[in-house]
Design a protein. Structure first.
Length: 144
């Protein structure tokens, strides 16, 4: 059990992890379910596992390095196995100005689209923002 605990400790110390990610790791490593439960409980006691803190960290990282809309952040966290209520609580506790995020993304990409005519440029912006999960209201506000 100590061996699995040490390996899991290393796994969760690289970056924060969701409970689901740790459970998936345990399944891949074929950890006995009884040992898994004990180790998970110990990690929670030591505050290495907390889906709310993980969600806050994930949102912060995404907004800093790979900005996306709230909708895509929510989908990513759902894929990480985080509960919907926890995701909602985390998203509400972080102030996200989606229009500002979208404008910043466009500003970074605009150099690529300088030579395009206005219609083509708008199409590129719309498609790019849609791919980052922004809704039509935000896109319309940003391009006008």
């Amino acid at each position: 059990m100590l061996n699995y605990f040490e390996k899991l400790l290393k796994f969760v110390s690289i970056r924060p992890r969701s409970v689901y990610e740790v459970k998936s790791w345990c399944r891949r490593k074929k950890v006995d379910p009884k040992i898994q439960a004990i180790v998970l409980e110990k990690l929670k006691e030591l505050e290495f596992l907390d889906d709310y803190k993980f969600s806050l960290w994930w949102i912060d990282q995404r907004l800093s390095f790979r900005p996306k809309s709230k909708r895509l952040l929510k989908l990513e966290l759902l894929k990480k196995g985080v509960n919907r209520e926890i995701i909602q609580k985390a998203l509400e506790s972080v102030e996200i100005d989606e229009a500002a995020v979208a404008k910043n993304l466009i500003y970074k990409k605009e150099k690529r689209w300088k030579r395009l005519d206005e219609i083509e440029k708008k199409k590129k912006i719309i498609n790019f923002l849609k791919s980052r999960g922004f809704n039509w209201e935000i896109i319309r506000r940003v391009i006008n």
